[in-house]
Design a protein around this ligand. Structure first.
Ligand SMILES: Cc1cn([C@H]2C[C@H](O)[C@@H](COP(=O)(O)OP(=O)(O)O[C@H]3O[C@@H](C)C(=O)[C@@H](O)[C@H]3O)O2)c(=O)[nH]c1=O
Length: 183
């Protein structure tokens, strides 16, 4: 297993060791000691049928703000985290990592960041642990194509498949400031 930092401090890439043999492979995809500061309490699985499906950019308000550890068990995604912490040197910046079922690469997205992804293959299944329970009342988001973010999504403008909820999300500049850097 290898954990590497990304250009956004706090967002990490986790690469589990894959033990291949004539049957297939075995892999430890999570150990609590890898992320000792985090206590995951819920696990989610989503299936996106079409290439170019975008889910995001999502976060929950405290006290139900969530750390997330995201992986793909079928297909592939471009996984994105955006720094929402006001006062952070990287506020409004994003990082994107390709996660593929073949290599089991994972992205750790801590509290204070929005999370979203775009599917790169049909029938992509994303499995992710979260450190706080789902709270519809505290569910928030930022518009996926907010021009102030400039995220380079791998889908042509107009071709993205989105939920109605995600189409109506605010831009970062219009979102309530919730997270403060260092607080
Ligand atoms: C996220 C979530 C949704 N739901 C329900 C609500 C709704 O009826 C249905 C679909 O919900 P959504 O449209 O919010 O699902 P989705 O757009 O896949 O939301 C997810 O997107 C990714 C990017 C994340 O980071 C997650 O935290 C989560 O926000 O599932 C739960 O019951 N528990 C949950 O934890």
């Amino acid at each position: 297993m290898e954990i590497v930092d990304t250009r956004l401090p706090g967002v990490k890439v986790v690469r589990p060791k894959i033990h291949g043999d004539h049957r297939g492979f075995f892999s430890e995809i999570f150990r609590s000691e890898w992320l000792p500061q985090v206590d995951f309490i819920q696990e989610n699985l989503s299936l996106s049928a079409e290439v170019g499906t975008i889910r995001g950019l999502h976060y929950q308000e405290p006290p139900d703000a969530q750390d997330k550890l995201v992986m793909v068990v079928q297909g592939a995604i471009l996984d994105v985290a955006v720094d929402l912490r006001h006062g952070s040197p990287t506020f409004g910046q994003w990082v994107a990592v390709e996660l593929r079922a073949e290599d089991l690469t994972q992205m750790f997205v801590p509290v204070g960041f929005a999370h979203g992804f775009c599917t790169l293959q049909p029938n992509t299944m994303v499995l992710y642990k979260v450190s706080a329970p789902y709270s519809p009342a505290r569910d928030r988001g930022i518009l996926w194509d907010d021009p102030d973010l400039g995220i380079e999504w791998p889908v042509a403008p107009g071709a993205a498949i989105l939920s109605d909820k995600d189409r109506r999300l605010p831009r970062l500049k219009d979102a309530e400031p919730i997270f403060r850097f260092g607080g």
